[in-house]
Write a protein that binds this ligand. Structure first.
Ligand SMILES: *[C@@H]1O[C@H](CO)[C@@H](O)[C@H](O)[C@H]1NC(C)=O
Ligand SMILES: *[C@@H]1O[C@H](CO)[C@@H](O)[C@H](O)[C@H]1NC(C)=O
Ligand SMILES: *[C@@H]1O[C@H](CO)[C@@H](O)[C@H](O)[C@H]1NC(C)=O
Ligand SMILES: *[C@@H]1O[C@H](CO)[C@@H](O)[C@H](O)[C@H]1NC(C)=O
Ligand SMILES: *[C@@H]1O[C@H](CO)[C@@H](O)[C@H](O)[C@H]1NC(C)=O
Ligand SMILES: *[C@@H]1O[C@H](CO)[C@@H](O)[C@H](O)[C@H]1NC(C)=O
Length: 644
């Protein structure tokens, strides 16, 4: 049933056009544009673009990509600017429907703003990848494993019995993951597994660019989050065709393509605690009226300690009572998700977070001395309802792209998780399993896998942007990628919090993006640091606490609280909705709403749960290119010899 729901949300986004899809029919020429269902904006057009499933093998059949465009509004059109919102699994069609206009505005209206649902996503065929025929099948298959019910690892792995249980599950998970491989190879998406992946997606991107700008054109691209991985493949596969490219919220492609995939998780959570420090400091500065998690005397570090205690209490209570609503994981992953979008921090603090706290205190009879207030609201952990959605697109892309990992053992995956919890983030590291934790047993590899090198000299230097404290893509990765590219990249550090530069308003960063796409101008100097606007929307609006206040408090270590403030909690709850509306309005005005889409792409999928495991084998094959049985020739860009 849940599948039906998702399908009905995703499919209508592209108007039904064309004849029914048959994998082995010949490819249609061009794109037949029409209105996009789900959009009232006539300016945006949607259609399908057909490409070979395997770019090296026409006889593999075709993929049918759902494409959307927000056409240039300026008569001096410069070309197409392609974008991808991340994931893996984010819908490019949704990106254009929701944010095409904002992106167009940011780039002066000179470009056709274009995106598409990559293979494995949305209205494209192949669409959503899954391995089970029903949710019941899924639940039964994983019943009693660490996947279902999802294991709740205590803060810092400090519960010895949990730890022993976790360790004891190594052989169980090994057996299940092996069995899952067979399930997936017989599952509904089996025929597609080798054809989703970033290498094919990079070729698709070039083909779409050519559709707009002609054979042999340079491509322009704005990649966000995992979209930066697509970007790194793209610029290194086609270095001689790089037009204007910006990568924002960067992942190190080596962790994606060249290392055992499970090592990726340690990178992913590298800067979450730093971001949380920002949240906690902001909350303390806002005080009880601006952030009901704070007391009059709260300090940033006090709120961090308090949260740790809360998380431990949640774990212990859920375990003792069997009440899964209060698993510490629910709170931890909600916090992690909300750290992506600082403009939602105040709403989160007064909403889900507070509800969880109050619900737990009420249910467990504990007092956590936040304030002994009694208002009770049932927890509204949105994540609970549909977290079991079986969606394996993330796995298929991440695992399909990666190196062969037969030599990676399940024991080593578990050991690495323990290391991440102990050494990288005791609070956020224990969200196990993530899709990348299964790749060593995933069923398939992509037919073509680009694995670098990542340091090509590019036709035109690109811009790399990283946020100083980004809970999903640490700045260190942006810096590493800029290092690979040397003179072919300029690095910009935005001195803010959240996922992607768009998470907070920085006129400095926005001017760099605009000036680059409009005029081709790079910022001067090697390492530009962009501040967040001091008059931008405050993070805790009712007290006007902004990013710079938080930064100053952290760096001066003053860690001060806001002093007197005694507004009643009930009033604050009532204020919550107004606050939310104000935040949205401010965000929209600044063009930073885009980020909530990206977040929903990246974490909405996490919210549905990566309940899956992977294996690899039967379908796995390394590609040897012995030439092309082209027929219909899609001229040069797909000629591998010129790229590697
Ligand atoms: C961008 O938006 C602003 C404010 O709405 C508007 O004044 C400006 O003309 C827009 N620019 C373009 C290129 O659409
Ligand atoms: C999972 O296993 C338990 C105990 O063996 C059983 O009671 C429950 O019905 C099972 N659930 C599913 C979905 O198979
Ligand atoms: C709550 O805290 C008060 C004051 O610190 C204490 O007297 C009381 O016993 C505590 N209640 C529980 C259930 O721990
Ligand atoms: C597995 O092999 C790859 C090379 O194929 C190597 O890079 C990696 O370190 C090995 N992993 C383990 C756990 O031995
Ligand atoms: C690119 O990286 C490879 C291997 O990582 C190295 O051998 C090569 O020298 C590098 N090339 C440049 C131009 O830095
Ligand atoms: C593959 O090439 C042949 C010609 O060699 C052509 O007839 C066929 O339509 C092509 N298939 C696809 C899927 O494009």
């Amino acid at each position: 049933m849940k599948w039906g729901l998702v399908a009905s949300i995703l499919l209508p986004l592209v108007a039904a056009t064309l004849t029914p899809y048959e994998r082995f029919d010949s490819r249609a020429d061009g794109i037949t544009w029409g209105p996009c269902s789900g959009s009232s904006d006539d300016h945006i057009k949607c259609g399908y673009f057909e490409v070979p499933l395997d770019w090296a093998k026409n006889s593999s059949g075709k993929a049918k990509l759902a494409v959307a465009v927000y056409p240039a509004t300026n008569p001096q059109r410069k070309g197409a600017l392609l974008s991808n919102p991340g994931g893996p699994g984010g819908s490019g069609v949704s990106l254009i429907l929701g944010y095409g206009q904002i992106l167009s505005n940011l780039t002066g209206g000179y470009y056709d703003i274009v995106s598409w649902d990559p293979r494995g996503v949305g209205a494209t065929t192949p669409g959503l990848i899954n391995c089970f025929n029903s949710l019941d099948e899924w639940a039964k298959f994983w019943n009693g494993t660490l996947v279902n019910p999802e294991i709740d690892i205590r803060y810092g792995f400090t519960d010895q019995t949990d730890y022993q249980y976790f360790e004891s599950q190594v052989p169980v998970m090994e057996q299940r993951w092996q069995a899952f491989k067979q399930v997936c190879l017989k599952g509904p998406s089996a025929q597609w597994l080798p054809y989703v992946g970033t290498t094919a997606t990079a070729r698709d991107l070039v083909a779409i660019s050519e559709y707009f700008d002609g054979p042999g054109c340079d491509f322009n691209y704005y990649g966000l989050s995992y979209g930066t991985t697509i970007g790194n493949y793209l610029i290194n596969m086609f270095p001689d065709r790089v037009g204007r490219v910006i990568l924002d919220g960067v992942e190190d492609p080596i962790t994606h393509a060249d290392q055992p995939s499970n090592l990726y998780w340690g990178h992913r959570v590298e800067s979450v605690d730093e971001t949380y420090q920002g949240f906690a400091q902001g909350c303390a500065l806002a005080g009880p009226s601006g952030c009901p998690l704070a007391t009059k005397t709260s300090t940033g570090s006090g709120i961090i300690d308090w949260t740790k205690t809360l998380v431990e209490l949640a774990h212990d209570y859920a375990k003792a009572s069997g009440d899964d609503n209060f698993k510490s994981r629910n709170l931890v992953s909600a916090i992690h998700q909300d750290l992506y979008t600082p403009d939602q921090w105040a709403t989160f603090a007064a909403g889900d977070f507070l509800d969880f706290y109050q619900g737990l205190v009420q249910a467990s009879g504990s007092n956590l001395t936040l304030a002994t207030r009694s208002m009770w609201a049932p927890p509204e952990l949105k994540r609970q309802s549909n977290q079991d959605f079986p969606d394996y697109t993330f796995h298929a892309i991440t695992c399909g792209d990666s190196i062969d990992q037969d030599n990676v053992t399940t024991q080593s995956v578990f050991d690495e998780l323990v290391r991440v919890v102990k050494d990288v983030s005791p609070m956020f590291g224990g969200q196990f399993p993530q899709p990348a934790h299964y790749c060593h047993r995933w069923a398939s590899r992509a037919v073509e896998r680009f694995t670098g090198p990542w340091n090509h000299t590019l036709k035109n230097p690109i811009i790399i942007i990283g946020n100083k404290a980004d809970p999903a893509t640490p700045f260190a990765d942006a810096s590493v990628v800029a290092g690979y590219l040397g003179n072919s990249a300029t690095l910009v550090e935005q001195d803010g919090f959240g996922h992607l530069s768009l998470a907070q308003k920085s006129t400095c960063t926005q001017n760099i993006i605009s000036n680059f796409f409009i005029n081709g101008v790079h910022p001067k100097g090697d390492d530009t640091v962009c501040p967040i606007d001091s008059d931008g929307p405050p993070l805790f609006p009712s007290k006007g606490v902004g990013a710079s206040d938080i930064r100053n408090a952290i760096s001066s270590n003053s860690d001060s609280s806001s002093g007197s403030d005694s507004q009643d909690l009930a009033n604050l709850k009532a204020q919550k909705n107004n606050l939310f509306i104000a935040v949205i309005a401010l965000a929209a005005a600044c063009g930073i709403l885009l980020v909530s889409l990206i977040v929903s792409c990246v974490t909405g999928r996490r919210a549905r749960g990566y309940k899956q495991v992977g294996t690899k084998g039967a379908l796995a094959h390394k590609v040897e290119f012995t030439g092309y049985d082209t027929g219909k020739s899609y001229s040069d860009p797909y000629d591998r010899d010129s790229k590697h």
